[in-house]
Design a protein around this ligand. Structure first.
Ligand SMILES: [Mn+2]
Length: 385
């Protein structure tokens, strides 16, 4: 019998070139794995059943490559995509590695750095969207922040951030690109503190843009967990707002550095509710893994990592189906929350104001979530369903 948890293209799994391409360097030690060339990554991911790849501009070409070198790398990558039936599911710009961005890109105090950042983003869009047809372009402002607030104004920084997003959406419209933008929040790391630190703050910011309809969010599991938040709640709000344009799946131990661990490797229950939400919400975008293999791994261990991310996702999607079919679980699940609350009207309120409530009796009844949660745990632990 075929393994039901083997990924297929229909699952829409994708990985960034930088994820499986991560070479295991950390602040205390150098790289431990050789560089994988992009065409090789495309080929190995396709073999594992992935559907797409994502990239930063400089994952594929060097920041100082001449045009001929850049073109050669792009052509080799395009050939690998075609040969392996893979798509570019998302593009983004590296606005954080080069020292020129040490105090930010869109929010750098230096206007020339801000103009250079815009030039770099638009050039990246020309390739990733114009040529590779990526439907989503992500903005991760990893350097948009501060270690000290003594040097610059956080109020002005948000204004500059807005101007950059406005410039970019106007550029995309002008070029008639079929693309949506997704902003990714991080509370800190690599900066001491980063502006637009959570998906919630990004959602509010988007409404202040010239083209809010073109901009959504790219929430990342680990980033919201670093802020101590419940990722399922974060994604639920993004979905409800119609703003979940992309997602970065990984995992994290609470209270640690930005770990980018294999999806589902730490917080199984959190991962379950997330997968259940994505699968049941009608979300049609990429299931993108923004994570990397442990530093302990040799090159083959990287593909164990990639296969593990996808396999765990599929197992949890299967568990979500069991949750929906489980009569005991369904009997305890509060479907009455799906019933709308009253809409205000003068007449309606006159009635509501006189409605009699036996609040003592209403307060008496327990919710049985202890029992329900244990059933869910048993489902996840494999002794139920
Ligand atoms: Mn990410």
């Amino acid at each position: 019998m075929a393994d039901p948890f083997t990924p297929t293209k229909a699952d829409k799994f994708s990985f960034g070139l930088w994820t499986v391409g991560n070479r295991g360097a950390d602040p205390f030690g150098p790289v431990v794995r050789p560089r994988f060339e992009p065409p090789y990554i495309v080929e190995r991911l396709a073999k594992l059943g992935a559907w797409g790849v994502c990239l930063h501009d400089n994952d594929l070409w060097g920041i100082d490559d001449d045009e001929a070198t850049r073109e050669r790398k792009i052509k080799e990558f395009e050939k690998a995509l075609k040969d392996n039936g893979m798509v570019v599911s998302m593009g983004t710009t590296n606005l954080f590695s080069h020292p020129v961005f040490r105090d930010g890109a869109f929010t750098s105090p230096d206007p020339a750095v801000r103009r250079y950042a815009l030039q770099k983003v638009c050039a990246g869009i020309d390739i990733c969207v114009g040529r590779f047809k990526a439907p989503v372009y992500v903005m991760w402002g990893g350097r948009e922040g501060a270690e000290t607030d003594s040097g610059k104004s956080a109020v002005e920084a948000i204004k500059r951030y807005r101007e950059a997003l406005n410039y970019i959406t106007h550029y995309a419209k002008d070029r008639k690109y079929d693309v949506r933008f997704a902003i990714e929040a991080t509370p800190n790391e690599p900066r001491g503190d980063i502006y637009l630190s959570t998906t919630g703050s990004v959602l509010a910011f988007i409404e202040t843009l010239d083209h809010p309809e073109m901009v959504g969010v790219n929430p990342e599991v680990g980033h919201e967990m670093m802020a101590g938040l419940n990722f399922y709640h974060v994604v639920a709000q993004a979905i409800e707002a119609g703003k979940l344009f992309h997602i970065d799946l990984n995992n994290q131990k609470i209270g640690r550095f930005d770990q980018d661990l294999r999806f589902g490797s730490e917080d199984i229950k959190g991962a379950f509710f997330l997968v259940k939400l994505l699968e049941e919400s009608g979300y049609e975008g990429a299931r993108h893994f923004d994570a990397h293999a442990y530093r302990t791994e040799d090159p083959e261990g990287v593909w164990d990592f990639a296969a593990g991310c996808m396999r765990t996702y599929k197992i949890l999607a299967h568990k979500a189906k069991l949750f929906a079919k489980d009569k005991e679980i369904q009997a305890l699940y509060r479907k009455d929350l799906h019933e709308p609350s009253p809409k205000y009207s003068k007449e309606g309120h006159a009635k509501l104001a006189k409605e009699k409530f036996d609040i003592e009796k209403m307060a008496e009844k327990g919710y049985r979530y202890e029992k329900l949660d244990q059933l869910v745990m048993e489902l996840l632990l494999g002794v139920r369903g």
